[in-house]
Design a protein around this ligand. Structure first.
Ligand code: PMT
Length: 401
């Protein structure tokens, strides 16, 4: 679940061409579970109509301090109190200057003055305006007062110039807000996570693989990063984007995954082995494509290294070693067997025969076992399930268990 779920976000939109991106931002904040109330400056209404935001949010847009009917419904002080947080995107140089001066010259600046909610700004302006000493001093003042400044990004600008001043993309803003909303339960911790399948090559054309998409491991990496951890993700062959602030190492085969995990081990607090590592690999990989000749073909397979077992017995063993068990039957019995035989602290068992969870799907459900207790994590998105598992891990790290 996103850290923004249930939050009441007052989205301030100021005048600038990037105002069109604020429409997408409103939508994405709602997708993350937030309630969004838009407040526009007069200048913003020159770029995008209030109707666009009203249609997207289902709430009338506020733009004037002097609208008697709107003030009677929810006055500017009530709006200031309503907001759990205020996000201004795009934030123009003019609005930044007025906030730095403590002015209440329109509805948006007045709400900012009257609210105790945290305020985040996503500046957007021409690169020279951004670099201007006045703007930089104003931004420094607002930062010093605790406002969060998101961006700006670098690149092509609507005015034809290239440089710093572009508003961050809506998803970058959502992720940054989400990170600051997530409880920093893993701040200062280092987590190593493996994800995805391994592909064991038979020849240059064929391989032995499995159905893992990497979604579970990537969700763990993304959520751990949101919770403040420094995350290293060793990924098998998957087509997923690297989560923000996560260091990713791509591998293909089990032996490569083993080497990457062992190399990354020093200083890790936790290893989570979410990868579906092949148990067997071909005894040899042919350098040329195997030709179709005989009626049948036998392959000799040999065991791959058991990575999580090796980590659990390593001299630089992390404080917690967490395995996953992908089972189709007798889930508890097999999971407890692996917990013991592999020397793990926790094992998260998923029933990969159940409909709609486990491999490839967007949802999962886990039962997490230690030698002394068990904890059910009910079905939810892989992000929600990852967050619950990480909360358990954080609690164990905290208690020193
Ligand atoms: O990737 P998704 O599509 O999102 O699917 C998620 C998942 C089902 C793959 C994931 O939730 C999961 O269960 N991962 C572990 C799959 C697995 O290999 O389970 P296992 O029971 O075969 O292995 C037990 C543990 O030993 C696992 O932590 C595994 O990473 C580890 N192992 C296994 C073999 C091996 N050679 N080395 C290992 O480290």
């Amino acid at each position: 679940m996103s850290g923004l779920a249930g939050q009441r976000i007052l989205l301030g939109v100021t005048g600038g061409i990037a105002a069109y991106k604020a429409a997408d931002l409103a939508r994405r904040l709602q997708d993350a579970g937030a309630q969004v109330q838009v407040v526009m400056t007069d200048a913003a209404t020159q770029f995008v109509t209030p109707m666009t935001f009203q249609a997207l949010t289902g709430r009338p847009v506020r733009s004037s301090l002097w609208d008697a009917a709107a003030e009677a419904a929810m006055g500017h002080i009530e709006l200031a109190r309503w907001a759990d947080r205020i996000v201004i995107a795009p934030a123009s140089a003019d609005l930044i200057a007025r906030l730095a001066q403590g002015m209440g010259s329109d509805l948006l600046s007045t709400i900012c003055l009257a609210s105790e909610a945290p305020i985040a700004l996503a500046p957007a302006m021409n690169r020279v305006m951004w670099a201007n000493a006045a703007t930089q001093a104003n931004v420094a003042t607002l930062r010093a007062r605790g406002m969060q400044v998101l961006g700006p990004g670098d690149g092509d600008q609507a005015c034809g110039e290239v440089g710093a001043g572009r508003m961050l993309e809506p998803m970058q803003i959502v992720n940054a807000l989400d990170t600051s909303a997530a409880p920093a339960l893993l701040a200062g911790r280092r987590l190593l996570i493996s994800a995805g399948p391994t592909f064991e090559d038979l020849d240059p054309v064929r391989f032995l693989g499995n159905r893992s998409s990497g979604k579970m491991g990537f969700a763990l990496a993304a959520e751990a990063s949101r919770m403040g951890a420094q995350v290293t993700l060793v990924a098998g062959p998957v087509s997923l984007c690297t989560p923000d602030r996560v260091q990713r190492i791509d591998v293909r085969r089990a032996v490569q995954m083993r080497d990457a995990v062992i190399a990354a081990l020093p200083g890790q607090d936790v290893f989570i082995s979410a990868a579906a590592v092949a148990d067997y690999m071909p005894a040899q990989t042919e350098s040329r494509k195997i030709k179709k000749t005989a009626a049948s073909l036998s392959l000799e397979l040999v065991r791959t290294p058991d990575i999580v077992s090796e980590v659990a017995r390593h001299a630089q063993r992390p404080t917690l070693v967490v395995g996953f068990a992908a089972e189709t039957n007798d889930v508890e019995q097999h999971a407890l067997g692996k917990l013991k035989s592999k020397g793990l602290d926790l094992i998260a068992a998923n029933d990969v025969a159940a409909e709609g969870i486990g491999f490839e799907s967007d949802d999962n459900a886990l039962t997490v076992y230690s030698t002394s207790d068990r904890h059910a994590i009910e079905r939810g998105s892989k992000s929600e399930v990852a967050r619950r598992l990480l909360e358990l891990i954080a609690a164990r790290l905290e208690s020193g268990a």
